[in-house]
Write a protein of this length. Structure first.
Length: 368
């Protein structure tokens, strides 16, 4: 058995999976070393020492060096096919997301994925972008079973869905877990009324409902297929505190006037267009909005290549300014006197110099 002393983070067990995912997304998790644990903590090996600005982004207990067992390196898909294909895995389906692969390369990648990941039963390729009010895309099966329906497991929940009929992003697992962890889980006065404005098949709603059974979640979506799967997923996960509602939020928001303690606005390309409706539904005393925005921030006005973190900061600032301006526009109408941005972060890269930005904002109301 080979061992090596490696930099690592010590994390409380209850936060272990969340931090592991974060480190993996940041390409900081050493995957060829066995993670160790004791009764209270998990030790996650790092690829390198953390930089000063990274330390504040990761919620660990202690940064230290420890001895880890080195694992036999598993072959990657890059090793097999000779290049890095773009794909995502949802349940037992792998979807090739780059639409410019040739037929020969498609088959090469498809069979490599099936051989490397024994749980993958279907490989499809995306043949149209995500588009339309229902955020759907077209797929073509290129290997395995002829279906686009699957059950995806995430953060202790199961989601049944059809990848051609509904929108689902598996790369938001960490973000969904982060939001769910903010909902108060104690009994009594800690009950929350939560509205998930663009709920899809329920990945935010159902996880929150499982963590906080005393709270109530209203999950809304305009896509009838999404609502059908959402209702199935409510049963599949055994939650009784989620109410699924089909409808256009601009047409039904008045039903929920002054109701919500927390609102989730996961529609990055156009969430800002629905802020007035969100404020109308928010409790007049003021509560929390989880706002998502797609922002690009790159100017070719100078010859100097901008640094990645500078571009991200600029995109975050643009999203914060957009949210602040829209809340100010509608604030007087709904008696909101201030906005407190509690957190703003890059959730994921969308395209070169473009990012999905997540903002947690407290909207403070005027006492009635």
């Amino acid at each position: 058995m080979k061992t090596e002393h490696l930099p690592c983070v010590r994390v409380e067990k209850r936060k272990g999976e969340e931090i592991r995912r974060t480190l993996k997304e940041l390409e900081l998790l050493r995957t060829d070393a066995r993670i160790t644990s004791n009764d209270n903590f998990i030790y996650l090996p790092l690829t390198r020492e953390l930089k000063e600005d990274e330390v504040g982004e990761i919620d660990f207990t202690e940064l230290l060096t420890a001895e880890f067992e080195l694992l036999e390196q598993r072959r990657s898909i890059e090793d097999v096919v000779g290049f890095k294909p773009s794909y995502e895995m949802v349940g037992d389906i792998a979807v090739l997301t780059a639409m410019d692969l040739t037929g020969e390369n498609e088959q090469l990648v498809a069979h490599a994925l099936i051989n490397l990941h024994k749980n993958i039963k279907v490989v499809a390729k995306q043949v149209s972008p995500v588009e339309g009010v229902f955020r759907k895309r077209k797929l073509e099966i290129i290997a395995g079973e002829n279906r686009t329906e699957t059950i995806h497991r995430e953060n202790g929940c199961r989601y049944k869905l059809d990848l051609e009929k509904v929108y689902f992003n598996p790369r938001l697992a960490t973000e969904r877990n982060r939001v769910a962890s903010q909902v108060r889980t104690r009994d009594g006065d800690n009950k929350e009324e939560i509205i998930d404005m663009f709920a899809g098949v329920g990945p935010f709603s159902i996880q929150i409902a499982k963590r906080a059974p005393q709270s109530h979640v209203t999950a809304i979506d305009a896509n009838p297929d999404a609502i059908r799967y959402l209702r199935e997923n409510i049963e599949l996960n055994g939650v009784r505190n989620v109410e699924a509602m089909e409808g256009d939020i601009k047409e039904i928001y008045e039903r929920f006037r002054n109701k919500a303690d927390r609102i989730i606005m996961n529609l990055p390309k156009s969430a800002y267009l629905f802020l007035r409706e969100a404020l109308c539904m928010l409790n007049p005393r003021g509560r929390i909005i989880h706002f998502y925005d797609l922002e690009s921030s790159y100017s070719d006005a100078t010859d100097e290549e901008p640094k990645a973190h500078e571009i991200e900061i600029a995109a975050i600032n643009k999203a914060k300014a957009k949210l602040s301006a829209k809340v100010k526009e509608a604030g007087d109408e709904f008696h909101f006197r201030s906005l407190e941005i509690r957190d703003a972060r890059k959730v994921k890269t969308y395209a070169p110099y473009a990012y999905i930005i997540g903002i947690d904002a407290a909207i403070i109301g005027t006492p009635q």
